[in-house]
Design a protein around this ligand. Structure first.
Ligand code: 8IG
Length: 279
């Protein structure tokens, strides 16, 4: 376990929401934007959306903000951007994600979501690259997440915090997304710990449990967003058929599928954000 004892979120005596408030105050200061309306976490394949959402007001490395960790994986951009949407709302785009498999603990995984909430954002847009269980989903297909199964055996919630997760992935926002792209399919996202991909048997298990998407990120973030009172919408870019359903997986091919799909899905995401923030 890599352990950095000087990191504020590793100190069990600190309140992670307090650290998130400090981070949000730094973001307000750096951007000159007192309150953001919507926040996005851009996973692999989605980074170009940041260029299409609106006019960039400020951009800086996430590591300049309290609590954010260095990105571990190539292909994951490490900046925070403040963007003015067409209607004049403010979008906070977080290009730095800490994965649970990095072993820094779940507090660091959800720090970006808690910070987004502390900047004022009421809507959290979570995106990722993932494997698909439906043969009809060609690599490069974007799908909406309509629910999740959390197989990480952990939670971002601390203590006896009982949070209802019915309708975690907002039906209202999914309907709005389908006004932009009526053909958008949706499925249940199954979060595994990773960093290894699933065995074929695990993929079969995920399918029998009711899952159609396998990934390593979004469920824990969605739970933290709901705890913070945000409305959540989640998108997976299906970059590969899940293990055992197609060819063996290579990280290089996964990245390549994401790159090819990037212009199309980035436009989709930008249009969805501008629809959500229309009025
Ligand atoms: I990109 O097939 C991507 N991320 N767990 N399984 C899991 N995560 C992924 C996959 C996959 N593809």
């Amino acid at each position: 376990m890599t352990h950095d004892t000087t990191h504020p979120l590793d100190d069990r005596n600190t309140d992670p929401k307090q650290i998130a408030s400090e981070a949000a105050a730094q973001i307000a200061e750096k951007t000159g934007v007192a309150k953001h309306d919507i926040a996005l976490t851009l996973g692999s394949g989605w980074a170009k959306a940041a260029d299409l959402i609106g006019e960039t007001v400020a951009e800086f490395p996430a590591t300049e903000v309290t609590g954010f960790s260095k990105p571990a994986v190539e292909g994951h951009v490490g900046t925070i951007r403040s963007i003015r949407t067409a209607s004049g709302q403010h979008a906070l785009v977080i290009g730095a994600r800490t994965h649970y498999y990095e072993d820094h603990g779940v507090r660091r995984v959800v720090h970006s979501v808690r910070t987004a909430a502390a900047t004022g954002a009421r809507i959290m847009v979570l995106t990722n690259g993932a494997g698909g269980l439906k043969e009809s989903w060609q690599p490069g297909t974007p799908v909406l997440i309509n629910d999740h199964i959390n197989l990480t055996a952990t939670s971002p919630l601390e203590g006896a915090t009982f949070i209802d997760l019915t309708d975690l992935y907002s039906a209202r926002l999914r309907d709005l997304a389908r006004t932009v792209e009526p053909s958008l399919d949706e499925g249940v996202y199954v979060q595994f710990r990773g960093p290894h991909y699933e065995t074929p048997a695990e993929v079969q298990m995920a399918g029998r449990m009711g899952g159609q998407i396998v990934g390593m990120s979004t469920a824990l973030e969605a739970i933290a967003a709901r705890e913070a009172g945000m409305e959540v919408i989640g998108f997976s870019l299906i970059t590969n058929l899940a293990a055992g359903l197609g060819e063996p997986l290579s990280h290089a091919e996964v990245i390549a599928a994401g790159k090819d799909a990037e212009p199309v899905i980035s436009k989709l995401l930008a249009d969805v954000v501008n629809t959500i923030t229309k009025d």
